[in-house]
Ligand binder design. Sequence first.
Ligand code: GLN
Length: 483
Amino acid sequence: MIHSSLTQMGAALRAKKISSVELTQTYLERIAQLNPTLNAFITLRPETSLEQARAADERLAAGSAEALTGIPIAQKDIFCAQGWLTTCGSKMLHNFVSPYDAHVISQFNKAGAINLGKTNMDEFAMGSSNETSHYGPVKNPWDTARVPGGSSGGTAAAVAARLCAAATGTDTGGSIRQPAALCGISGLKPTYGVVSRYGMIAFASSLDQAGPMGRNAEDLALLLNTMAGFDERDSTSLQRDKEDYTRDLNKPLTGLRIGLPKEFFADGMGSDVAKAIDAAIGEYKKLGATVVDISLPNSKLSVPVYYVLAPAEASSNLSRFDGVRYGYRAPDYTDLADMYEKSRAQGFGAEVKRRIMIGTYVLSHGYYDAYYLQAQKIRRLIAQDFTEAYKQCDVIMGPTSPSTAFKLGEKGDDPVQMYLSDIYTIAVNLAGLPGMSIPCGFGANDMPVGLQIIGNYFDEARMLNVAHQFQQATDWHSRAPQL
Ligand code: GLN
């Protein structure tokens, strides 16, 4: 059952072939066995999960089950969940038990899904390898000497290792897509504003977006049906009609125009990654798609622009963590200012401090125009490149990550090398577009390679169709690590 799709699991639950309690137990046992090695979870509350499973079984018996009722889902530890420790991977929140549910959490609760546990992540979602977590690095289940990617690395490892049926992630610059690629699973970052950010701990609010991570595109569609929708508690939540993201899964791809940005296929992509991507494009041609060469001329500026804007927003968002209201407070201090300083100095890790300093600098008087304002202007140009490109194609494809999973510790001393892990994903966040990653082969050291599919605004249903058709024709998504 742990290798089944969500549709198969849902059907088995409704047919009473298995109960939600049994399914939840199975995953909890697997977590107990494998999590000590993988470190994919920060918090588990087996009794709470099983209580939810008992309620789900009652609902299943009463015949009022929905698609996800009874299915164990892991939640990235960036989502506030009532009664659950919610750390965001930081010592700053090591003792924060949330008094309320994030919108995403309440949507899953309403659907009758089981909260299986909170997954490990880079501190405040800042990182590409899960090594900045206060709770220690996550290991890639395909090779435990390697990183799972980040910042949703705990989620990606948990899904790949079959420690949960599916899970949530968030993506500010690539944090759903890059770990999905490095762990050989599927992940989708929706159009900005499609999923409410209420109760999702803020990193860079104009870029942050939650999305589903799972084993295949069909699962992602079901998860997105639950996650998406208007929420008045998030001022950037978009008021749109409810969609069924499964509606186009089975459409043929004949006539699909795939844009290949020349900037993505230039120097920088590993030859092993290039080989798998080329093979995937070949598969799409067999499925009836045509290929168009496009250009995203400003995309080369996306990493520098992001590392001005994201730290700027983070420096403001993280000012709330001051040791006064909740979270970590330094044990010894002389006065209020000293308490602020020591709490923040001791509560935040090095990468978070680096971002706060950069962000404060680029927003300061005299530098604001030169850095922040300039970056905002280039952000607009990057978005316009996509608008131009979509006049010629329906979806854009390329690699998700320039390389397969690297070794733990390999990039720890070199933040710029780490930042370049997101070279293909960041422009999508700056433009507010939807992007996804699906497994498309294996590269160096037999590690998974991810194909990135970028859609136009609100084109999630089409992207899921494009991914699903590939997954009907290939079996990369059903490969699992030997554990
Ligand atoms: N790796 C990028 C960063 O460190 C993106 C992280 C994310 O998407 N949350 O900021």
